[in-house]
Design a binder for this molecule. Structure first.
Ligand code: DLL
Length: 435
């Protein structure tokens, strides 16, 4: 087993020394945002704080949180801490309101990103002799280019296939001798089935590991992928706002994801009380970026639920490990890698008078691909209409949804008052996916 470590100096640093470095970087970051981002300055002033108030990691608790809404309210560049002339790259992720979240990188940020991705790939056993098959999407999504720069940094041969066209993926994988597969876990499983269906001989493939992430997946899903593809499936985690992939990744021990905490300092909070929780508690993951220049974020609430563990890992790394993400503290669904909020669907339903916003979203998985069904009640008045009339309503709604969401959705119109009502929070989503 290749157990190399890309940056032993930082990844295996004594935790006291690490803390010293983190605190120095935190002070620099707080100063940077205070003097360069009016949003942070106002927020700190409102809380009666100046940069001098933050010296240690514990002082971080005095600072207010940052959320996706804050990014949206300052769309597109309001939270950037450098002039646009310093920004060399922009990425974006989709959101609820149609306004994407835009993130920007300086040249140094791209170097940091490449560094953490080099660590990620090395921890999955990759080195310069590997062929990295990147089937994450290239474009505004951070997956493709994130893996790409990391792969080049370790000196591997990078194959920028991007997503889709499964037959071609298989051909390239076989002919070019891909050894590392980079894609979402659901696509990895889809590819595994395609290999069988296309009669590709596993012996003709050189795959040995997968660096899989961008969506939640369970241990059962891992077993399935490892069994079918005959690879080691490594979980990699990240989010655009913090940097993209490269925030945390598993090592070959596969017992938690090492957080690159010399760049991204994690906390776990109770999402309701916002109190910082003791190590080992399950809660919402919050990050403060401590080296980023373009878009530094202070106490950014990820909404992802996990636990932290700072015991030294058998691989030698000292970085704190986070558990595989359990889910999100808000209700965002990730369907075929696309982020989807029930409120997006609800907003559209409210625009059509023939239907009522009583609905249920059913997510399932067939042949390893996510499926989406929307059951929605027809307005009493229209329910008496001819079947053909109902078909027209259904078709119109389906088109609108698919255009807005970018996913195919099966729409089922149901009789008025058939969808269960609830007194408290309504249940909008049934997720039947068994990973
Ligand atoms: O998904 C970055 C990424 C690309 C990570 C490729 C890994 C591989 P966003 O599109 O901004 O960025 O989505 C971020 O996806 O807050 C999590 O909810 C979810 N997510 C990402 N990785 C994992 C993972 C990229 N390994 C959001 N397990 C995050 C569970 C994940 N959820």
């Amino acid at each position: 087993m290749n157990m190399n470590i890309w940056n032993r100096h930082f990844e295996c640093m004594e935790r006291d020394d690490l803390r010293y470095n983190q605190e120095r970087r935190l002070r620099e970051t707080v100063e940077r945002v205070y003097f360069n981002v009016p949003y942070y300055r106002h927020k700190m002033q409102k809380a009666g704080l100046t940069p001098e108030a933050v010296n240690t990691l514990d002082d971080l608790r005095k600072l207010p949180f940052t959320t996706k809404d804050d990014l949206r309210d300052n769309y597109p560049f309001g939270l950037f801490a450098v002039p646009m002339s310093e920004i060399v790259r922009l990425h974006a992720s989709s959101g609820t309101t149609g306004k994407p979240t835009v993130v920007g990188y300086t040249r140094n940020d791209i170097a940091t990103w490449s560094e953490v991705m080099a660590r990620t790939l090395t921890s999955a056993g990759a080195d310069r002799d590997d062929f990295i098959h990147i089937a994450y999407g290239y474009g505004l999504f951070t997956g493709g280019l994130g893996l790409h720069y990391g792969g080049e940094k370790i000196g591997a041969s990078v194959i920028p296939v991007s997503g889709g066209n499964t037959t071609r993926q298989l051909q390239l994988m076989r002919d070019l001798g891909s050894t590392i597969l980079a894609c979402t876990p659901s696509y990895a499983l889809f590819l595994a089935e395609a290999i069988q269906e296309n009669g590709v001989n596993r012996g003709d493939l050189k795959l040995k590991a997968g660096v899989l992430g961008a969506e939640p997946w369970t241990e059962n899903m891992r077993k399935e992928i490892e069994g079918k593809l005959e690879i080691k499936a490594i979980d990699i985690y990240g989010l655009s706002e913090v940097i993209g992939p490269g925030v945390a990744s598993e090592c070959m021990i596969q017992n938690g994801l090492h957080v690159n905490e010399d760049h991204f300092y994690p906390e776990i909070i109770d999402p309701d009380t916002l109190e910082v929780l003791p190590e080992g508690s399950l809660g919402e993951l919050v990050f403060t970026t401590i080296t980023k220049e373009g878009l530094p974020l202070v106490r950014y609430r990820t909404r992802d639920l996990t636990r932290l563990n700072s015991e030294k890992c058998a691989c030698g790394r000292t970085f704190v490990r986070m558990d595989k993400c359990l889910g999100r503290s808000d209700d965002m669904l990730i369907v075929r890698g696309v982020n989807l909020f029930p409120s997006q669907i609800e907003a559209l339903l409210l625009e059509m008078k023939e239907i009522k916003p009583h609905y249920l979203i059913i997510v399932d998985r067939m042949h390893n691909l996510d499926t989406l069904e929307l059951q929605v009640e027809v307005d009493e008045e229209f329910f008496q209409d001819k079947i053909s009339q109902l078909q027209i309503i259904r078709g119109r709604l389906q088109d609108r949804l698919e255009n807005a969401v970018g996913l195919s959705i099966k729409v089922t119109l149901v009789e008025p008052k058939t969808i269960e009502r609830s007194e408290g929070k309504s249940r909008r989503v049934i997720d039947k996916r068994k990973f």
